[in-house]
Design a binder for this molecule. Structure first.
Ligand SMILES: NC(=O)C1=CN([C@@H]2O[C@H](COP(=O)(O)OP(=O)(O)OC[C@H]3O[C@@H](n4cnc5c(N)ncnc54)[C@H](O)[C@@H]3O)[C@@H](O)[C@H]2O)[C@H](O)CC1
Ligand SMILES: [K+]
Length: 525
């Protein structure tokens, strides 16, 4: 039963406007009144509370309610808890008499059932009200703000959130932790961290976008009667990055190394040999057939020593007079896919190399790290490259690299990572992976995905290089670009999660992820 209740019907990540629209359609097209949806929402949250905290009845349940429909859900939770013989106190921000619509109806039902509502009005000594209640409380239900949060949280609401957060009591958030913007994951003023969040019908973007995503705790999606067809509409073009819907080519039983793709990695430099090695190892561990690493001549011996299976190619220094690209184009290795950037250094030579390679041959190409740094402020050039291209161009910046590409502040990138990733993909006609907690993947056609695998253990040198290798290695095996990029990002994070499960997050090395990457990649097909 619980399993069915928690079934995830859709991987779409909705905005609050899209959710309201699905709500409206259900009310108008199915004739189900909003008060029924609210009843279903509150009842589902109540069931989750009881399963997650079986000892809830031993103490008081404190429900924090706001003036909107999120507060209405809170009254439904309260009524069901009362009917199960529990003790409940609702702290309502504002007056019961000011409530409207469905929330007003459920306030009435709660009070009718004998429920206690304490109204919090300006001038109240919040600490005096909260202290004794929290002392005897098992769990706090956060029904202050949901998807209707429209501006920064201030005043009494902010004070309430801060006091409850400081108490350390377990919090079950209704729909979304109050204070988190459902569309962007931004924290509007302050927000209440939850141990569990029960959301309705589908996840919202704010559940997966940081920093808000970090406050959600365990996320449970409960159906409330909204049909799946109202959730899965094409305009709902942002989804959780899962692998089930991806086209993953099967390897034929008689495959030989030439069938598994030839990848040319252009990476590394003196003191940055490890970057080139990690790209190649990532690609090898996801199954790329033949890998050649072109690296500055002075770095080649170290890169070669670090790689048993891959080949290396020395890039001459400019002083040799030989055009950099010649050494690659004259070589016998004819690549299917290019990965350029990690460890090359932000210098003239890298710029020359990147621009020459982009002009050389139209191959699926991934640009990362210094290949992106040398293109700072050159979005127009990137857009030009992508015009008329039949093979994908993939950029994998972290927020700092993205900021440099656009010539903007890194905080502006961080403030709305989804929007900037989508704009980059659409305006420049490229695939984008904007890295960071909850990496955003954006396609040139406007679709986007938020990745949920991975953990802070990845915040260490080398992990980006590994991701580049993984995506390029999958591309080299002729995976469709969407599959290579999405599965690559998923795999990279999932490998980190598997690694953390074994030995913890701290001290995780990019190289530690390789065996997990291999195992998980084999699980994909
Ligand atoms: N959409 C659905 O299918 C269902 C949603 N339910 C629940 O309803 C909320 C959304 O309700 P809504 O009334 O639109 O908004 P909120 O309750 O989140 O908040 C609006 C409320 O708060 C005021 N307000 C907004 N921002 C602030 C602020 N910073 N400071 C103070 N006050 C603020 C605003 O003016 C309103 O009064 C959704 O999350 C679900 O929980 C249904 O119950 C089920 C169907
Ligand atoms: K809430």
């Amino acid at each position: 039963m619980a399993h069915d209740l928690e079934r995830v019907a859709s991987h779409r990540l909705l905005t609050s406007a899209q959710m309201r629209e699905a709500d409206r359609r259900t009310i108008e097209n199915l004739g189900l009144p909003g008060v029924v949806l609210m009843e279903n929402a509150g009842a589902a949250a109540c069931r989750i509370l009881k399963t997650r905290m079986p000892e809830w009845r031993e103490r008081v349940v404190v429900i924090l309610a706001g003036q909107g429909n999120n507060g209405g859900d809170g009254f439904v939770v309260g009524r069901w808890l009362l009917q199960s013989g529990g003790r409940v106190v609702v702290l309502l921000l504002g007056r019961g008499a000011d409530l409207k619509g469905d929330a007003r109806i459920h306030h009435g039902a709660f009070v009718g059932q004998g429920g206690v509502v304490r109204e919090l009005l300006p001038g109240v000594e919040l600490a005096d009200v909260l202290h004794p209640l929290l002392l005897h409380c098992s769990v706090v239900v956060d029904a202050i703000f949901g998807t209707g949060l429209a501006r920064s949280v201030e005043g009494l609401a902010a004070e309430l959130i801060r006091l409850v957060a400081r108490s350390g009591k377990p919090v079950l958030a209704v729909d979304i932790p109050s204070g988190v913007c459902a569309d962007t994951g931004r924290i509007l003023g302050c927000a209440l961290p939850a141990r569990w969040t029960v959301t309705f019908a589908a996840e919202k973007r704010g559940h997966r976008l940081y920093p808000g995503a970090g406050l959600v705790g365990e996320l449970i999606v409960a159906p409330i009667g909204i049909p799946e067809s109202f959730l899965n509409i094409p305009e709902h073009d942002v989804a959780l990055n899962v692998t089930e819907d991806l086209v993953i080519p099967k390897r034929s039983p008689d495959a030989h190394k030439g069938d598994c793709g030839r990848l040319l990695v252009v990476a590394g430099g003196v003191g940055m040999e490890g970057a080139a090695i990690l790209v190649a190892q990532g690609a090898a561990r996801v199954g790329a057939g033949l890998i050649t690493v072109a690296t500055p001549a002075a770095a080649q011996p170290v890169v070669t020593a670090g790689l048993t299976e891959a080949m290396t190619l020395p890039l001459p220094l400019r002083a040799s007079g030989e055009p950099l690209l010649d050494i690659i184009t004259k070589g016998r290795f004819q690549p299917d896919v290019l990965a350029i950037g990690p460890g090359l250094g932000e210098n003239e030579q890298t710029w020359e190399l990147v621009t020459a390679m982009m002009a050389w041959k139209e191959l699926p190409t991934l640009l990362d790290a210094d290949a992106l740094n040398v293109l700072a402020g050159q979005g127009e050039r990137i857009r030009h490259w992508s015009i008329g291209r039949r093979t994908p161009l993939i950029l994998t910046p972290h927020p700092g690299e993205m900021a440099r590409l656009w010539g903007m502040e890194v905080n502006d990138v961080r403030g709305d990572r989804l929007a900037i990733a989508r704009r980059t993909a659409r305006d420049w006609g490229v695939w984008v992976v904007l890295k960071g907690a909850g990496s955003v993947i954006a396609a040139p056609d406007g679709r986007a995905w938020i990745n949920a695998t991975g953990n802070p253990g990845l915040a260490a040198g080398g992990s980006g290089d590994l991701l580049t290798g993984i995506i390029a290695g999958l591309l080299a095996q002729d995976w469709p670009v969407e599959s290579a990029v999405r599965a690559g990002v998923w795999l990279h994070g999932a490998a980190a999660d598997a690694c953390a499960a074994e030995q913890g997050m701290v001290g995780m090395l990019a190289g530690d992820l390789l065996p997990h990457t291999r195992r998980l990649r084999n699980g994909l097909g």
